[in-house]
Design a protein around this ligand. Structure first.
Ligand code: ADP
Ligand code: MG
Length: 355
């Protein structure tokens, strides 16, 4: 007790986020017959003798995941719910309830928390989930929001990260990279504002990008669409960190490789324009940007006719055998190993990540 120094201190950065989780949780074994799936997927899966239940939790920390300099509290409340629900949809399931826990410093008054809760309320209404509990405590600095969501499989079956097979097609919903550029725009405007507080930013040309950053939506519609089309993905994950990092998670969990075609990655024209403005490579932004909250999944090639031509879905590659590894096929048809450059909690500065 009262030791003045740590006898030994291994930096967390050297382990990385996933190395750390693995290290800390390696001793845990699944002992309950009701636990179908433990650590390692978007949500845990349980069955209590009836239908499958999914459980997931995510924490947002001021100065790490959000900056109140450019994040309205109402949007923050909405987004805190969305990032959790996205993990339930990533199991192909339907969210039903959530709990909301807060640590709040005395910097915040009632009005601020009312704003935050207006966003939480709006999201709960929009996605049709009940807020059933939480916890409230004080914090010495800043705001921390932790949300836990639960969901059910309903008539459809849960989809894990681990079911992809060689030759399955790799499919993504929506478009990628816009949320990251939205963040760059907000940060740029914030810098200008610091120098000139009279400055009124014109965000209109970037409204799509800023909205993707501040008020993302979880892809509830894709789970419904797949059910309607009669397609059951073989594996699925949501894109919170970045496309490349999520593809690698799918490959690792399914023990397969993949070929991702750079030219197929869906991009919004505003995103392309903004990437050029920031002198960033569009593909790098799309591969590593993060916070898109789109769904990435694999389907059997037999299901291709069912999704072909759907404007919400893009085939961006296919799975291969494990020995081939995860490969990016560039626009010039070169094959290079796909590396995870998703944002890492222990390395990135404040704002715009959701580990
Ligand atoms: P996601 O990005 O989908 O929210 P994460 O990358 O945060 O998932 O987490 C990956 C897996 O590790 C999940 O199954 C999550 O529940 C688990 N996990 C994360 N942090 C911890 C922790 N501190 N202790 C136990 N499990 C954890
Ligand atoms: Mg996830």
């Amino acid at each position: 007790m009262f030791e003045s120094k740590d006898p030994q201190k291994t930096s967390l950065e050297s382990l990385g986020e996933f190395g750390l989780i693995q290290h800390l949780t390696q001793a845990f074994e699944i002992k309950k017959p009701s636990t179908l799936l433990g650590i390692g997927d978007d949500a845990a899966l349980m069955n209590f003798g009836g239908e499958d239940v999914a459980l997931t939790t995510d924490m947002l920390v001021e100065g790490v995941h959000f900056d109140l300099g450019y994040t309205p509290l109402k949007h923050l409340g909405y987004k805190a719910v969305v990032v959790n629900l996205s993990d339930i949809y990533a199991m192909n399931m339907e969210p039903t309830q959530l709990t909301v826990s807060l640590a709040v410093s005395n910097r915040f008054g009632l009005e601020a928390l009312e704003e935050l809760y207006a966003g939480i309320y709006h999201a709960a209404e929009h996605y049709g989930v009940d807020v059933v509990g939480g916890d409230t405590t004080s914090s010495t600095s800043g705001l921390v929001i932790s949300i836990t969501a639960i969901g059910i499989a309903g008539a459809i079956e849960a989809v894990k990260r681990s079911g992809a097979r060689p030759n399955d097609l790799l499919v993504v919903s929506g478009d990628l990279g816009a949320a990251y550029l939205g963040l760059q725009i907000l940060r740029r405007e914030q810098e200008v504002f610091k120098v000139n507080p009279q400055h009124q930013p014109d965000l209109e040309p970037y409204s799509y990008l800023v909205e993707r950053q501040l008020k993302p939506e979880a892809r509830k519609d894709i789970v419904g669409l797949l059910a309607e089309l009669g397609v059951k993905p073989t594996a699925m994950i949501d894109i919170s960190d970045g496309l490349s990092s999520e593809i690698l998670h799918l490959c690792t969990a399914s023990r397969v490789g993949c070929s991702l075609y750079e030219e197929k990655i869906p991009l919004d024209p505003t995103m392309i324009g903004a990437a050029e403005e920031f002198n960033m490579e569009v593909s790098t932004v799309a591969l590593s940007g993060g916070e898109d909250y789109e769904l990435l999944f694999t389907i059997s090639p037999d299901d291709y006719p069912k999704i072909k031509g759907n404007p919400n879905l893009t085939v961006i590659g296919h799975m291969t055998d494990e020995a081939s590894g995860a490969q990016l096929i560039t626009r010039t048809s070169q094959s290079m190993p796909l590396t995870a450059r998703g944002w890492n909690s222990f390395r990135q500065p404040a704002g715009g990540q959701n580990d």
